[in-house]
Design a protein. Structure first.
Length: 321
């Protein structure tokens, strides 16, 4: 797990200050692994005033309550060891050590773009980094090996930008369902494109960058060549234009919502535009698992499952045209 500075910066920009709650370590059974984190802010908006999860249940509820109390009081960072037992109404039998770190614009400026970020979280921690932390910092500088380490109240965490860019074209029902499912996934950077602000929901999830353009297809040139794309706009003409431009621009993977007959027409038109049939065949249509139905959430779940199971997304179980 890595600290996602991009999502953190978005949250700070939107909310002014947040508390990042991170699992520094665990003993025995734990709902999530070390390095898992969530961001908490004061308001109780549609997202519940947080993004991410450290495992849900009573542990997460109590941690979020503590984080909001810290924000209200202006409290400093702290460490807390939590037994996952009867006090929480749980029977995991393990324990987790949680780090609570208030972050505002000034704190964010101290976090590097990449590499290893080391700091004291415990209130009684020595101001000088312990030897074990200094060693992992040296290893990160010399060998590029950034690993999480927690000791003596100090936490060193890898910082890395999201490695997997996903562009979602369209903010209709399926687009919203997909963003809701995909946005929380670690290591993913979501760009969400449509023609007007009122096409999007009032609240955009942390880690998602909305992009508004009267002609969305003009933004294709901004996408990284390795980006993965999901095309599900309100317009077949726009869908076709996006396919045309992406074939010229390059992409890691591309999925198009639609029927087999729609794809047959698109294939013919894309060939008439001069595209190689083999390259056209890289666009997957229909997307999702047909056996799960056409409900937006069903499509989102099946696409997300394919996404997680592949190094690059197998967006569709292809059916014969």
């Amino acid at each position: 797990m890595s600290l996602d500075r991009v999502a953190l910066a978005q949250a700070v920009a939107r909310h002014g200050a947040v508390v990042r709650v991170v699992i520094c370590g665990h003993q025995g059974s734990s709902p999530r692994e070390a390095g898992t984190a969530m961001l908490v802010w004061p308001d109780q908006s549609l997202s519940g005033g947080q993004s991410g999860t450290i495992g849900g249940g009573a542990l997460e509820f109590e941690a979020a309550t503590t984080a909001r109390a810290m924000l209200a009081a202006g409290a400093p960072a702290r460490i807390e060891r939590v037994a996952l037992g009867p006090a929480l109404g749980q029977c995991c039998g393990g324990a987790v050590t949680l780090g609570y770190e208030p972050i505002d614009a000034a704190t964010l400026a101290r976090i590097p773009e990449t590499g290893l970020y080391a700091r004291a979280l415990a209130r009684d921690a020595d101001p000088e980094a312990p030897l074990a932390i200094r060693r992992v910092l040296k290893s990160a500088r010399g060998e590029g090996q950034a690993v999480l380490r927690f000791t003596q109240g100090w936490l060193a965490e890898p910082v890395a930008p999201p490695q997997r860019p996903l562009w979602i074209w369209g903010a209709g029902h399926v687009g919203r369902a997909l963003v809701a499912v995909m946005a929380p996934l670690p290591g993913l950077s979501v760009s969400w494109i449509d023609t007007a602000r009122d096409r999007f929901p009032a609240e955009i999830p942390t880690g998602v960058t909305p992009r508004i353009a009267a002609n969305p297809a003009a933004l294709v040139t901004d996408a990284p060549a390795e980006a993965e794309h999901l095309i599900l706009t309100f317009s077949h003409a726009l869908d076709l234009d996006l396919c045309h431009r992406l074939l010229g621009h390059g992409f890691g993977a591309c999925g198009l919502i639609g029927s087999a007959s729609k794809w047959a027409r698109f294939r013919s038109r894309l060939q008439a535009l001069g595209h190689d049939p083999a390259q056209i065949g890289r666009i997957l249509c229909p997307i999702g698992d047909p056996s799960l139905g056409k409900h937006p959430q069903a499509i989102a779940i099946s696409v997300a499952a394919a996404f997680l199971s592949q190094p690059t997304i197998a967006l569709s179980r292809r059916t014969s045209p």
